[in-house]
Design a protein around this ligand. Structure first.
Ligand SMILES: Cc1ncc(COP(=O)(O)O)c(C=O)c1O
Length: 476
């Protein structure tokens, strides 16, 4: 044992900036001051909001590239035959797709819309993986004619592909989506062919038996925000065993195992205690779990490993800047001037609707689909010296459910104060709604700190454009 005693470091920024602090272990303690965030990559949050308008999505190119490179290192150092695909649905902004492309990522799409979008960016078919339970006929036809790798999801789709293959030159490279139990609940059984009852093997036999096809990939995606690296060990083992059985039966060694995405970002689910850095295993643990399985195979039999991550690469790169537009519930009782007993007061502070200060923001669940699951880190742009108090954050919608955080410690704020919500880079803008409000502008902070508009704020024309008025309802 070391002779040296290292005293714990006590931090005022509970659970926020100092993951190793002893204070982080004290989950229920409150710091006097809520942490602030005045800059993103050295650029002033308040300046961004006033220059480009509020609300405003901001992405950090530096963070995106750092994450991509760390992931590549983590896997390729342990298993050099690893390749990466960008899960387009996680964030389909052209600038984001392009950025990953420049980092060497191919594209993974799950619809005709996404397929069209990446083709418009001139990503060739052979650099596209086409997943998903519903691939419209025209898109499927186009995908195979352009050499995209289609991951077959179900028997109907396989029959459809067989029809298309009759007129095609072939061989058409296919993957099979497989669902399996890796110990994660719920098991995602909606997608692909079941492993446990032999369905996946039957599908493989049918693909291999068709001279127009070549079975290139066995694919699974066990879920999202998976906190257990061991689940990937199980998934990899099960896919390896399936590959072995297919090889033994048909003499065909499948080239590639695709383990999907699902690695978590540094966000916290509601009710989870932070900080995220201690709750979420590092990407290296996932790489280790998968590589250990594949490295047990003889070198010549090692497959190409493919991953198609989304949230773990893009979530932390995304911030939503938002402004307070109104303060609610300022009639909070105080011990000094009310006749409430201490106990009643405490109850009202902790539970009471009227006791919690509320802030109406200009951004809500219309832009933050994942607010239902994740507790965003909320930081005022300005550091306040006043103690933090339990607060509720309302969105701007005329809907009672529009609450971004039920309970978050914040210093007293006033209309006009700018806040950042983080991490929001995954599955938020892409699922945002054109409901009640226009969707905001989106900025990419380039590595030198230059803010580039990558999507402008919507206008009436964007929303109204596709609408048509029947003649009898036309505006006179
Ligand atoms: C087939 C497939 N691949 C990749 C992903 C990306 O997942 P994640 O964002 O959890 O990495 C998903 C998302 O659900 C998916 O369905």
């Amino acid at each position: 044992m070391s002779e040296l005693y290292v005293p714990p470091q006590i931090s005022g920024e509970l659970g926020q900036a100092t993951p190793k602090a002893a204070a982080d272990r004290n989950f229920f303690a409150r710091s006097r001051q809520a942490p602030s965030l005045s800059e993103i990559d050295g650029v002033s949050v308040e300046t961004l909001a006033s220059r480009f308008g509020s609300p405003l999505f901001v992405y950090s190119e530096r963070d995106l590239r750092t994450k991509a490179r760390r992931m590549r290192r983590a896997f390729q150092a342990r298993y050099p035959k690893t390749s990466f695909a960008w899960s387009v649905k996680t964030n389909y902004l052209n600038a984001i797709i392009q950025l990953f492309r420049k980092e060497g990522w191919i594209a993974e799409v799950v619809s005709d819309f996404e397929y069209d979008k990446v083709r418009k960016l001139r990503i060739p078919g052979k650099e596209i993986i086409f997943n998903g339970p519903y691939k419209p006929a025209a898109a499927l036809k186009r995908a195979i004619s352009e050499g995209a790798l289609v991951h077959v999801d179900n028997w109907d789709e396989l029959s459809h592909l067989e029809e298309l293959a009759r007129d095609a030159k072939g061989p058409i490279q296919l993957g099979l989506r497989v669902w399996l139990d890796a110990g994660i609940r719920p098991v995602w059984s909606k997608f692909g062919f079941a492993l446990a009852n032999g369905e996946a093997e039957r599908a493989a036999a049918r693909v291999i038996g068709n001279p127009k096809f070549r079975l290139h990939t066995l694919h699974c995606h066990i879920g999202t925000y998976i906190l257990a690296p061991g689940a990937y060990r199980v998934a990899a083992q099960k896919l390896v065993m399936l590959r072995e059985r297919i090889n033994a039966k048909h003499g065909h060694l499948v080239d590639c195992l695709n383990l999907g995405g699902g690695f978590p970002s540094h966000s916290l689910l509601h009710g989870m205690m932070g900080p995220a850095e201690t709750a979420v295993p590092p990407i290296e643990d996932y790489a280790e779990a998968i590589a250990n399985v594949l490295n047990e195979l003889p070198v010549k039999k090692r497959p190409l490993l493919r991953l198609e991550s989304g949230r773990c690469l893009v979530d932390e790169a995304g911030y939503l800047l938002t402004s307070v537009v109104a303060v609610k519930g300022i009639n909070r009782p105080s011990i000094a001037n009310s006749d409430l007993s201490g106990r009643d007061y405490k109850e009202r502070i902790v539970l009471g609707e009227d006791s919690k200060v509320g802030y109406v923001l200009d951004a809500g669940i219309n832009l933050l689909y994942t607010a239902a699951w994740y507790q965003f880190d909320v930081r005022p742009a300005r550091q306040a010296s006043t103690p933090a108090a339990p607060s509720r954050l309302y969105g701007p919608l005329c809907m009672a459910i529009d609450v971004v955080r039920e309970n978050v410690d914040l210093p007293p704020l006033a209309a006009g104060d700018v806040l950042s919500l983080h991490p929001v880079g995954a599955y938020n803008f892409v699922q945002s709604m054109q409901f009640i409000n226009y969707r905001p502008a989106i900025i990419l902070l380039s590595e030198d700190g230059t803010p580039e508009v990558i999507r402008s704020r919507e206008t009436l024309e964007d929303i109204d454009g596709p609408e048509r008025l029947p003649a009898h309802l036309s505006v006179a």
